[in-house]
Design a protein. Structure first.
Length: 304
C-alpha cells in the first residue's frame, strides 16, 4: 500500500498570531512602496510633458529603459501580492518563514529601485521614523523604563531627567507632524506615547513641562488641547511674506488662501495666530490689513 503522506504539524495559535502580525506589517510596507511607485510615475509623466518635442534618439532609448524598469516593478509587485494572498492556515510555520523571508527580500529590492535613483524621489519618513532617528532610545530594550514615570517624591533627580527628555520628544513630535495643536486624547494612541504604562497622566506631565519652558500653552481650561510653539510667530511672519512675494500675491490675501498652501508649515496655523502674524507684518511695515464688509480681514504685502 502506498504510504500515507505525513500531515504538516499544526501551527500553534501564538505562532499563527505572530505570523499574521508580521504579514500585516509586510502588507503595510507593500502599500507604502506602491505609493512611492505612483509618485515616481507622476514625476515621469510631468517630466515627459515638460520635454521639448525634438528629442534625440538617445533620450528615447533612456525613456524605454525607464519604461521597462516600471514594468519590472509592476510584475514584482504582483508577485509579492500573490505571496501575501496565500492562506496562512494551509501552510506550516517553516513554510511561512520561507515566505516572509522571500517577501522581505523582494520588498528590499523594490525599495532600492524606487528610491535609489538620485534626484528622482526622496524616501519620505513618517513622523515616528524621524523621532527614532533623533531619539533611538525610544525602541531600545534597555530603555524600556522610560515608559514609566519615576516617583517624584522618592527620586526627584530621575523624575526631572525623565520629564526633560520626554519634553524634547513631544516638542519634536509636534514639529515632525506639522501640528500646532496637540489633542491629549489623540496622543494616547500615537507612538511612542501609546507605550506609556499610564498614558494620559504621563502625557499631561510632559505637556506641563513644555508649558513651563514657554514652548507651549494650554488653550482649554480642561487642559485637553496643547498649543506647541515649535516655530515662533515672528519666523512664520517672515515665511508668509516670502511665500506671498514669491507667488506674486500683490492683491489682498484672504485667510482661506493661506489655508490652501498645504505644502507650507503655516497653512494650518490657528486663526488667532494668523491674525497676530498679520499684526507683526504691519508693525514691521511689510504689509497692510484690510477689513472686509463681512468682517473678515485680508493681508496686502508691501514691496520693499
Amino acid at each position: 500500500m502506498e504510504r500515507q503522506r505525513e500531515k504538516p504539524e499544526e501551527v500553534p495559535k501564538e505562532l499563527k498570531e505572530k505570523a499574521e502580525k508580521e504579514l500585516e506589517e509586510l502588507r503595510n510596507e507593500l502599500t507604502r512602496l506602491r505609493k512611492l511607485k505612483k509618485q515616481k510615475e507622476q514625476i515621469e509623466q510631468r517630466k515627459s510633458k515638460e520635454e521639448v518635442v525634438e528629442k534625440q534618439k538617445e533620450e528615447l532609448e533612456t525613456y524605454n529603459v525607464e519604461f521597462d524598469a516600471l514594468k519590472y516593478l509592476e510584475d514584482s509587485f504582483e508577485k509579492i501580492e500573490d505571496l501575501l494572498s496565500s492562506d496562512l492556515g494551509e501552510i506550516d510555520h517553516k513554510a511561512f518563514k520561507q515566505q516572509a523571508k522571500q517577501i522581505e527580500s523582494e520588498l528590499q529590492i523594490l525599495e532600492e529601485e524606487i528610491v535609489g535613483e538620485e534626484g528622482l524621489i526622496v524616501k519620505e519618513l513618517s513622523p515616528y521614523e524621524k523621532l527614532l532617528q533623533a531619539y533611538p532610545w525610544l525602541e531600545e530594550e534597555r530603555k524600556k523604563f522610560m515608559y514609566t514615570m519615576p516617583n517624584k517624591k522618592k527620586n526627584l533627580t530621575d523624575y526631572t531627567s525623565w520629564k526633560t527628555e520626554w519634553a524634547k520628544v513631544l516638542f519634536d513630535y509636534a514639529r515632525f507632524t506639522v501640528l500646532h495643536i496637540l489633542y491629549i486624547r489623540n496622543l494616547n494612541s500615537e507612538k511612542p506615547f501609546s507605550n506609556f504604562s499610564n498614558r494620559e497622566v504621563n502625557i499631561r506631565e510632559i505637556a506641563e513641562e513644555l508649558v513651563n519652558r514657554n514652548q507651549a500653552k494650554w488653550i482649554t481650561k480642561k487642559k485637553n488641547q496643547l498649543r506647541v510653539y515649535w516655530k515662533s510667530l515672528e519666523l512664520f511672519s517672515v515665511e508668509i511674506y516670502k511665500w506671498a512675494y514669491q507667488q506674486g500675491r500683490l492683491e489682498p490675501i484672504m485667510i482661506y488662501e493661506i489655508r490652501e498652501a498645504k505644502s507650507e508649515d503655516f497653512s494650518n496655523l490657528p486663526l488667532e495666530d494668523l491674525e497676530e502674524i498679520f499684526r507683526i507684518l504691519v508693525k514691521n511695515r511689510k504689509a497692510k490689513i484690510f477689513k472686509l464688509e463681512d468682517g473678515q480681514i485680508a493681508l496686502k504685502i508691501t514691496l520693499e
